[in-house]
Design a binder for this molecule. Structure first.
Ligand SMILES: [Zn+2]
Length: 81
């Protein structure tokens, strides 16, 4: 009888250990995914005033009137008319 009891406890202990490791692994993955989505907020896209192509705000070129362009060439073309 005692052997059965020990065996039962052993199985219970192993099952509990596996369950804990799996739940820890899953919670780690969840936090990792959350961090990834937070670290990449998606930069604001802005359309070129000349051709309408959307470019990230940090890569766009801004003129004195606040218009944004995809390239220096389009800035010049826009200013020419
Ligand atoms: Zn453009």
């Amino acid at each position: 009888m005692i052997v059965r009891l020990i065996l039962f406890l052993l199985i219970f202990f192993i099952g509990w250990t596996i369950y804990r490791q799996v739940s820890q692994y899953l919670s780690k993955q969840k936090t990792r995914n959350a961090k990834n989505s937070q670290s990449k907020p998606g930069e604001k896209m802005t359309p070129c005033a000349h051709c309408g192509t959307y470019v990230p705000e940090s890569e766009s070129i801004k003129d004195t009137q606040g218009n944004r362009f995809c390239s220096q060439g389009h800035l010049k073309q826009f200013q020419k008319g």
